[in-house]
Design a protein around this ligand. Structure first.
Ligand code: ADP
Length: 189
């Protein structure tokens, strides 16, 4: 499924010198894929343009190279698929589908408002994968804001309970790579 990605990103293509707050060794440890074997979650948190999706995809590419099945989607796409399946009476089937890949990458948590009931659907999937398969999640919002992101504080707490139990959290503090030419917008550069 990684092949459907419009742009393939690699670790070799990531400029670590642009993100000095990022611990290169931690990323290369993740690339050894122990977290996939152990069915853990890896979180990339930080502002837009700091390379969260790039790193998530690059780790997905490493997993594919190692023969693992990987599925990449945005949170909005994932919830839309689960919601459609629920309307069609095939939710459990769809959840089983999303449980199949060894690594599920869920990108862009926090950008778009989650539709009503969406947090609950995502929780059902996360719960089904819990301790059975690895996930990578990217978000521009801190965990304390997940109640707002999912429009439901109870669901957010239950999600985080699963997603932080066996987890690696990589916080990126830097500035946007997309805006790197606009030095005047970036006090650090
Ligand atoms: P985020 O997911 O944090 O919003 P992206 O990973 O989508 O950011 O990065 C935005 C764009 O900038 C992408 O094209 C990505 O490949 C590129 N990019 C971001 N950080 C780096 C970096 N340190 N080195 C090389 N390219 C980068």
């Amino acid at each position: 499924r990684m092949a459907r990605l419009a742009t393939i990103k690699t670790l070799a293509g990531f400029d670590f010198s642009f993100q000095p707050s990022l611990d290169r060794d931690r990323i290369f440890t993740l690339a050894q894929l122990g977290f996939v074997e152990r069915h853990e979650a890896a979180h990339f948190l930080g502002p837009p343009g700091t390379g969260k999706s790039h790193l998530a995809i690059a780790l997905g590419v490493e997993a594919v190279k190692a023969g693992k099945s990987v599925y990449f989607c945005t949170l909005a796409d994932l919830i839309a698929a689960l919601s459609r399946a629920e309307r069609e009476g095939r939710l459990q089937e769809r959840i089983r589908f999303f449980c199949r890949p060894s690594l599920l990458i869920v990108d862009e948590i926090g950008y778009l408002p989650v539709i009503a009931g969406g947090g609950n659907l995502f929780f059902q999937l996360v719960n089904a994968r819990y301790e059975k398969g690895a996930m990578i999640l990217t978000s521009n919002r801190g965990f304390a804001e997940w109640g707002d992101v999912f429009g439901d504080a109870v669901v957010a707490t239950a999600l985080l309970d699963r997603l932080l139990h066996h987890a690696v959290v990589v916080q990126i503090e830097g500035s946007s790579y997309r805006l790197r030419q606009h030095a005047e917008l970036m006090p650090e550069h």
